[in-house]
Design a protein around this ligand. Structure first.
Ligand SMILES: O=C(O)CCC(=O)C(=O)O
Length: 265
């Protein structure tokens, strides 16, 4: 990427609290193997010999509910390779100006296509910071959300509230809330801040990046095929676990095989 476009991308990321890379940054063949790896994990097959971490969705669970599996890279060589693909770290560093970027936690997400609201496939409005109390306040933390299927308006794309990262930590929001409209009404954002909702429309291999304070959520998938992604939670050199403890979501950061440094180091 020429340095002038990098600078523009960084300025847009800082202004909006998210950035969409709407062209594939991974080779097709690697994407195909990563999708196969995701499906193997969903069947309980782990080619590394290691299982993922305890997860809300487990092999054999209803395929028509939201599938969320924690640390899938533990269990799949192809997913490990995808995380290490240089363009991912290069984008992460370009947007933040970081000298080091580490992938410290990953979530596999499959949102099935269903018209049944009982299946609870929505993801409620939230700021990731709400779930990341293990990190010292002010730590530079963000997410790369890798699309592994075509993410269209019909497939329940992630939606961002533009500029909401500037509102600071609001101590509101819930990943598991299903009624996004009512929840958004109740967010109690300052009236002076008109926040616009932006859908993260992405091709397979496209990536969206968002700040830990940017409100986001997603509605139902009505596309007829599953929406597949990996949410890769990242940190820069400007981050530290509380009391430097290796606990909770920060427990694996000293293991670069499982939590790779994707830029610098
Ligand atoms: O996949 C979604 O719709 C939301 C994912 C999410 O909350 C995240 O990546 O932080």
């Amino acid at each position: 990427m020429p340095s002038s476009s990098k600078e523009q991308a960084r300025t847009a990321y800082e202004r909006n609290g998210f950035y969409l890379v709407q062209e594939p940054i991974f080779p097709d063949e690697l994407l195909r193997r990563a999708v196969d790896g995701m499906e193997a994990i969903r069947r309980g097959e782990y080619d590394t010999g290691l299982p993922p971490q305890p997860s809300p969705w487990n092999p054999g669970d209803d395929p028509n509910t939201l599938c969320k599996i924690e640390q899938p890279q533990f269990a799949s060589h192809a997913i490990r390779e995808l995380l290490r693909y240089p363009a991912l770290g290069e984008w992460a560093a370009a947007l933040t100006g970081a000298s080091m970027v580490q992938a410290w936690w990953v979530q596999l997400l499959v949102k099935p296509s269903t018209a049944d609201p009982e299946k609870k496939t929505n993801i409620g409005w939230h700021q990731d910071r709400h779930y990341w109390g293990i990190w010292e306040d002010g730590s530079e933390l963000f997410t790369a959300w890798i699309a592994l299927s075509d993410v269209t308006e019909e497939s329940g794309p992630m939606r961002f509230l533009r500029g909401s990262h500037k509102l600071g930590y609001r101590q509101q929001g819930d990943f598991y809330e299903q009624d996004l409209e009512a929840q958004r009404e109740g967010l109690r954002l300052p009236e002076s801040e008109a926040v616009e909702e932006v859908a993260a429309i992405l091709p397979p291999g496209g990536v969206s990046f968002h700040d830990r304070l940017t409100f986001h959520g997603s509605g139902p998938n009505r596309s007829g095929s599953p929406r597949r992604s990996l949410a890769v939670h990242l940190r820069t050199q400007n981050s530290r676990p509380v009391e430097d403890k290796r606990a909770g979501l920060a427990q694996f950061i000293d293991d670069p095989e499982l939590c790779p440094f994707i830029y610098g180091e």
